[in-house]
Design a protein around this ligand. Sequence first.
Ligand SMILES: [Zn+2]
Length: 361
Amino acid sequence: MHAMPPVREMEQAFAAHDASYDGVFYVGVRSTGIFCRPSCPARRPLPENVQFLATPKEALFAGFRPCKRCKPLHTDGRPPEWVEALLAQVEVDPTRRLKDADVRAMGLEPARVRRYFQRTYGMTFQAYCRGRRMGQALEQIREGTGLDDVILGHGYESHSGFRDAFVRTFGAPPGKSQGTGRIDVAWIESPLGPLVAGATEEGICLLEFTDRRMLEAQFRTLHRLFKRAVVPGSNGHLKKLQEELTAYFAGTLKRFTVPLVYPGTPFQRRIWEELLAIPYGRTRSYEEMAAAAGSPGASRAAGTANGMNRIAILVPCHRVVNKDGKLGGYGGGLWRKQRLLDLERGAASLPYETVSEAPSG
Ligand SMILES: [Zn+2]
């Protein structure tokens, strides 16, 4: 369960159409069966008809459909305005430490920021800033800037303080980072909620919906598999991925071209390669997957390998369903699997049909 602000605070925010709470909670309206962002311009319902929800997923499972006016699933590739402003502030100078007072000076409640970052990105705002700061330091070390200059430039008092912070963030001491690659991690908004994406210099190695509980374990696995630091950042592959995802959700892209990196056991790799061979808009059963991978009868193992896929959507594990036609499982939640399949079948009445429109309000 995601933590929500106190009910009183949500009532006030909803009454005030406060956009700074967008993404922090959602509002279900029982009388109409729709759910909204707090900032929705629609007339306010009677208080007894209001239900507060932590995530779009919760709202959908509670039977609400997304509001056509405020489009609560329609994030159009961007985090809420106030998050965007905050992230822009970080980028002005990632070496600067933003304190609670700085956050307040931007008109934001530090507790709300903490909740949003924790929930959406799986880390606190402070951890995000620390990661960003260390990411930049690593970049400079790799470019050949002396360790002393980097430490000084990033406001660390001593070598040991810097090393401690570095190890906390990357898991490898600075001396050893020289010449080794890193995994850049970025967050991508989608009509089905935020995705976390990771890329090495070779290609995309991670794409997951962030409400997946596995996220921290995935970071550790990436670190173990690639022996590389995992840091907030961007690279050409991530930019390309973002573009391709936008087109995919708009229904105009049926084949991704961004390079992928997916180390695994030989069986896992065979299954993942079979996944890549399932055409857009089609599904296969776990039994068919096992047979195609040369191990008929190993449908359970095929299902497990399917679930171990680290690159959602691009390695289309959502296209594998039960033999009886039921959905089977999905790490990102069954409602997302259903929506991905609907999207690929060209369903016309889904929220992501609005992705290419200009955002409302
Ligand atoms: Zn609305």
